[in-house]
Every structure is written in structure tokens, then in C-alpha cells.
Write a protein that binds this ligand. Structure first.
Ligand SMILES: [Zn+2]
Length: 532
């Protein structure tokens, strides 16, 4: 009785391919259908779907239309929508400066080339403070590891390199680098601000794109609640190519530190010889935007009050600095592709007639690019009665090559990992853990807000074998298209890979919804502590 829907794995494909007798799904047709959603959501008309923009509202209308067609019931606070109020903070470059002061020597930092402020509701207009290099700046009580121990940070600015020691488990490294946990520990140590140097050993966005992202409007929840994020009064991101200037006169060089990055153990920590002096202009306003929420009610009277959340973020970066003449940050893969996947999962479940025992929530969130705000709001203010028992979050369906592997963040943390492993094995697909643990992608998408509230979660992506040509393609994609207008619907894709990926996720969703027991954390998982 628990396996009601698992006898139907192929039916969705048969329906989609016109009801013929073929037992194999028409992956090409399913893939084209998936990509057609991406084409709509990444179109110029959607203006890059920035949180709070008319383009986002048009994209939300499209999702509502598709949710309705997939038989989902409205489950927001107003129809399918959940309304969220934001505080918007935008840096005003004309009123902003950053200086490094050593004795009488004042060096004015170039704010597009060398560094960038990150503004928030807590940003102060002026700051002048001594600096201390705190290594990775991590405080991890579990490991009795503390980069801040024994340092006098009162009234000072902590300078750190992002990342962490190679021998620190990536889940811990991720959690303790999250802005909220990091700010709390620095504040407790007395610091008034932080300068975070981008770690040059971690593949990331090229500096100019990173800066153009930081200059876009920053947002916070107006109703963040008592446990919400409390930013530091001063936060600066520093270009590693320019970071040497922070170390002048300290007796240490950034170059030496770079040689120690990605090795075991902490970095040295020491006072720096420069003071940081800033003026920061911030323009403040408010905005309203929406999550889109649809529900397929469960069929089992005992289990239908338990909800499996299938999520993807609908927002992207909006309109910004033009690259190759295009100012629209289309966000085709990031994350129209994930929204397209949850639309297809909902539709194929509906078309197959499956009646999962638990209820399914399909959730297209806003504010992800503003640091996971829509999912934070939903997880804190769920619009469904009952209990959230699992989250499958899809952010970026990298369908550039055939599906042979999955990268699954969180695969070792809960029974959801066992579920996806067994389905992937049946499908001949390999499972990999995080390829680049130091990019801390585990806390960079929406599943993290569910994890923090004790809900087991997974973030699956299309993966590749290490050292393969596919890996090169993936890195090239990050370099050229990630958070760039070039992430558009004209880029080459393998829609079949996405169709197979969607089918695996659909089966995962049904397996979780139909199982006798709800998912649980592995007792040894770091994240088990958040479960109530
Ligand atoms: Zn993104």
C-alpha cells in the first residue's frame, strides 16, 4: 500500500509522447517541453525577474497558470501567492569611499578594481577602525576550532580569507561561513566589521561580475524575526589580486598566505598595520514581492498533514551592467531551469494520476539571489497547515551533457540521501558529493532555510566525473555564463538530460511522499541538531 505510485514511473512519459504503446518515455519531447518553460521565463519580457519587479510578477503569473494546469491547489496567503515585505538597501557610489591608513600614509582603495562594500540595514555612514587578520575567521565549537580565540577584536575590523581548512568537514565549513553565523561570532568577539578577501584558490565568479552583483540592490526581510540575520555595521569584499595592500607593514604577505590556502589546519593570525576608514552612502526603500505556492493534497488521511516541499527560486538578478550589449540578466539556467523542472514534476505527477500519500508543496520562491529570503520567509511562515517533512530544492539544471552523474548536496546527511542513491543506481546514474566544498553551495540555495528548521533536505544537480571533459564544460559555464546576461535561452543545452533528471526527481518526490516513515537526519549528521 505504501508503494502506490512507484508502479507508474513510465506513465508520465507515455502520456507526454502521445499515449502510444512505447514503454520508454520520449525524453526528447519531455526535454523540449521543459525548455519551453525556460524560454518563457528567461525572455526579455521578464526583465531578469528581479525580486519586487514587474518582470518577476509576470513570471509569477506564468507559474500560477502552470500550477493550475497541473491540478495544484492555491496554497499561498492570497491565492497562490505569499506576500513578503523587503527592506532594500542600495550603495550610492558617489557618497562612498574606502581608505587604508598607515601613519600619515593614506591609500584610497579603488572601489571597482580592488574592493566593494556590501550594504545592509546595519551599515554605518562612517567607520574608522584598526584591523586584525583572523585567518579564515571561523569559530566551530564542534571541532574546538576557533580562529577568533585569544584575539582582541573589540572595536576592530576582522580581515579574513573566505573558505576554510581542507581537513574541516564541508557541512561545518558551510554552516559556520553563513553570513548569519559568521556575523554573530564576529560580533560576540567585539568586531565592528569585516573585510572578506575572496579565496583565489576557489573557482568563483571573475571579479568584475562579482562587483557588479554587489552593486545591485541588497534586500532583507522587514519581518526577519528575533532569530533573523543581524548584519555587521561594515562589510567589505576584497579582490585577492589587490589584497597585498592590506598586509603592508604587518610583517606578513598575502602571497605567503595564498600558498597555505586549501591545506589542513588554521592560517596564522596577526594584527595588521593599516586602519580602515570608510564613508558609505546607502539609499533605502521598501519593496513587496511574492512566493508562489501550490499544493497537491495527500491521499492518506493519516499522512496528508505532512508536506514534502519541492522548491526552486523564480527570481534572478534583473537588469544590470550590460555585458556584450545585453543588460538583461536572463537567469535561464539560474534558475528558470529549476522552476521549469518543478513545473514538469508537478505536471507529470498530475498526468500520471499518481495519488501520493503525503501532500506535495510546489514552491517557487522569490529573493534567493538576495540571500535566500523567500525560502527563509516561507520556512518561518509556512502557508500550509501541518508539518514540513522534506525539501527537494532544484537550483540550476546543468543540462549541458548527457545525465550520467548527479552532484547531490546533503546526500550524506539524511535518509533522503539513501532514497536518491537507490533511484539513481536503478537509472545507472552515479552520485557525487559536493565537487567544490569550499564554494559552500550547500548554504547558497534555498534548502538551507529548511535544514535550519530541522527539515531534511537535498539539493541535486546534474553532475560529471572528475577530470572529464564535462567538468571542463561546467567550469567554463561558471566562468562565462554564471550571473551574466549570457545565461540566456540561446545557450546550447541537452534537454534530454534535463528530462531524465526531472524524472529522477519526480520518482524521488513520490518515494518520499509514499514511504511509511517520514525522512530523518542521520544521527551523526551535523544538521540533526536543528531537528525539533
Ligand atoms: Zn544565482
Amino acid at each position: 500500500m505504501a508503494q502506490k505510485s512507484t508502479i507508474l514511473p513510465w506513465l508520465a512519459g507515455i502520456v507526454a509522447s502521445g499515449g502510444g504503446a512505447a514503454a520508454t518515455p520520449d525524453w526528447a519531447a519531455l526535454g523540449r517541453r521543459w525548455w519551453s518553460h525556460v524560454e518563457v521565463l528567461a525572455d526579455d519580457r521578464m526583465e531578469g525577474r528581479e525580486t519586487g519587479s514587474p518582470g518577476f510578477a509576470r513570471a509569477a503569473d506564468y507559474v500560477i497558470q502552470q500550477f493550475r494546469a497541473a491540478g495544484l491547489q492555491p496554497a499561498g496567503s492570497d491565492g497562490y501567492l505569499q506576500s513578503i515585505d523587503f527592506q532594500v538597501n542600495q550603495l550610492d557610489p558617489a557618497r562612498t569611499s574606502l581608505e587604508l591608513v598607515r601613519g600619515k600614509d593614506v591609500h584610497s582603495v579603488d572601489l571597482s578594481q580592488d574592493a566593494s562594500h556590501i550594504v545592509s540595514s546595519a551599515t554605518v555612514e562612517q567607520c574608522d577602525a584598526e584591523t586584525v587578520f583572523v585567518g579564515y575567521g571561523l569559530s566551530v565549537p564542534d571541532l574546538k576550532y576557533d580562529d577568533l580565540a585569544g584575539l582582541d577584536l573589540r572595536g576592530k575590523i576582522a580581515v579574513l580569507v573566505r573558505g576554510g581548512p581542507a581537513d574541516m568537514p564541508s557541512a561545518l565549513k558551510a554552516h559556520f561561513q553563513s553570513p548569519q553565523v559568521r556575523s554573530d561570532s564576529l560580533r560576540k568577539a567585539g568586531a565592528v566589521g569585516m573585510v572578506g578577501i575572496v579565496n583565489p584558490t576557489i573557482p568563483e565568479l571573475p571579479w568584475p561580475r562579482l562587483v557588479s552583483g554587489l552593486l545591485m540592490p541588497r534586500m532583507e526581510l522587514r519581518d526577519a524575526g528575533p532569530d533573523g540575520y543581524k548584519p555587521l555595521p561594515l562589510v567589505v569584499t576584497f579582490n585577492p589580486d589587490s589584497a597585498e595592500m592590506l598586509f603592508e607593514g604587518s610583517g606578513h604577505s598575502f602571497k605567503d598566505l595564498v600558498g597555505r590556502l586549501g591545506k589542513n589546519g588554521p592560517l596564522p593570525r596577526f594584527p595588521l598595520a593599516v586602519r580602515v576608514r570608510t564613508r558609505v552612502g546607502v539609499t533605502r526603500r521598501t519593496a513587496t514581492c511574492h512566493n508562489v505556492v501550490g499544493v497537491l493534497p495527500g491521499s492518506d488521511p493519516k499522512l496528508r498533514n505532512e508536506y514534502v516541499v519541492v522548491s526552486a527560486h523564480l527570481d534572478h538578478l534583473g537588469i544590470g551592467t550590460p555585458i556584450n550589449g545585453d543588460p538583461v540578466y536572463h537567469g535561464a539556467i539560474d534558475n528558470a531551469s529549476g522552476v521549469a523542472s518543478i513545473l514538469e514534476i508537478a505536471r507529470t505527477i498530475h498526468d500520471s494520476g499518481a495519488a501520493p500519500r503525503r501532500s506535495l508543496v510546489f514552491l517557487a520562491v522569490t529573493g534567493e539571489e538576495k540571500f535566500l529570503l523567500g525560502s527563509e520567509y516561507f520556512a518561518g511562515h509556512p502557508t500550509v497547515p501541518g508539518r514540513l517533512v522534506a525539501n527537494i530544492n532544484i537550483d540550476g539544471v546543468w543540462s549541458m551533457f548527457p545525465l550520467r552523474a548527479l552532484e547531490v548536496l546533503g546526500v550524506e546527511e539524511s535518509t533522503l540521501g539513501d532514497d536518491i542513491r537507490s533511484l539513481a543506481t536503478e537509472a545507472g546514474v552515479e552520485i557525487h558529493t559536493a565537487y567544490e566544498p569550499d564554494r559552500v553551495l550547500f548554504i547558497r540555495s534555498d534548502q538551507y532555510n529548511f535544514i535550519k528548521r530541522g527539515v531534511p533536505a537535498l539539493f541535486p544537480q546534474i553532475g560529471y566525473a572528475r577530470g572529464s571533459p564535462e567538468e571542463k564544460l561546467a567550469h567554463e559555464w561558471t566562468r562565462v555564463r554564471y550571473h551574466s546576461p549570457a545565461d540566456d535561452a540561446k545557450q546550447p543545452v541537452d534537454p534530454e538530460a534535463a528530462a531524465r533528471f526531472n524524472d529522477l526527481q519526480r520518482r524521488l518526490v513520490l518515494k518520499v511522499a509514499d514511504a511509511d516513515a517520514r525522512p530523518s537526519w542521520k544521527p551523526e549528521s551535523f544538521f540533526a541538531r536543528f531537528a525539533r
